[in-house]
Design a protein around this ligand. Structure first.
Ligand code: CTP
Ligand code: CA
Length: 225
């Protein structure tokens, strides 16, 4: 990696990173989920740690290993992820990479929902999950640097700019997660960085390389803020 064996400019800084999907229970055996693998978030946690940061990763359910050199907290639901993140404040840096489920089942069943001959399929009423990035971006104990991702399938730049403002973030890393992009769940990523000052369009890279460059960018932003 381009960060191996180098200086530790983030020594003494603490970072919170979220990664992976969340699972929102329907009943004890079923849940709502999404295609996030956790690769990009885990790689960012690793990259920040390589630069000397004290990193805690809050991860939803993923099949990849916990990163080395990072403390990992495992959660399932968005509300658990929110509680874990808030419990880690204060921190210098927050990078919210998780694909948090936007909705959960309003009243999940504590018993397995059964088919009954002749019954109509169950209606699942949904309710909105807490927005963890927005909560952190507007928190009294807000980290110096708050970074979010924007998973979009259309109007990537405009949507990312709106998210930057609404969520109180310093940087939004936008990507096109259309099925034909192969990004969601894949090995590579192509991102645009949106700040209040402008936009950077990065070439397609593997997710570890995106993470290394992003860790460098974060270091620069901290030094100039
Ligand atoms: N995010 C979050 N909590 C949520 C939803 C999103 O912390 N409940 C964070 C994500 O981790 C990401 C950013 O907000 O850093 C944007 O997520 P995204 O799904 O792209 O945006 P939403 O605000 O959920 O809007 P939409 O899905 O409708 O595009
Ligand atoms: Ca969302």
């Amino acid at each position: 990696s381009l960060l191996d064996g180098g200086a530790k400019p983030l020594k003494g800084r603490s970072a919170i990173v979220t990664s992976g999907p969340t699972h929102e229970p329907i009943d004890p055996v079923r849940y709502i989920a999404n295609r996030s693998s956790g690769r990009q978030g885990h790689a960012i946690a690793t990259a920040l740690a390589k630069l000397g940061a004290n990193v805690t990763l809050v991860s939803g359910p993923v099949t990849i290993a916990d990163p080395a050199g990072v403390k990992t907290i495992h959660v399932e639901r968005a509300e658990e992820m929110r509680d874990a993140v808030l419990g880690l404040l204060p921190a210098d840096i927050a990078v919210m990479v998780a694909a948090v489920a936007d909705w959960r089942v309003a009243t999940s069943s504590d018993q397995k929902i059964k088919k009954q001959p002749g019954d109509a399929p169950p209606m699942l009423a949904l309710t909105e999950n807490p927005d963890i990035l927005k909560t952190i971006g507007h928190h009294a104990n807000r980290p110096k640097l708050v970074i979010g991702f924007a998973a979009e399938t259309q109007n990537v730049e405009d949507n990312a700019r709106l998210k930057l403002a609404r969520k109180g973030a310093d940087l939004i890393v936008a990507n096109d997660v259309s099925p034909d992009s192969g990004i969601m769940g894949g090995e590579r990523n192509r991102v645009k960085l949106i700040t209040r000052d402008g936009i950077e369009d990065w070439p397609d890279m593997d997710k570890n390389t995106v993470a290394d460059h992003l860790a460098r960018k974060i270091t620069q932003m901290l030094e100039t803020s």
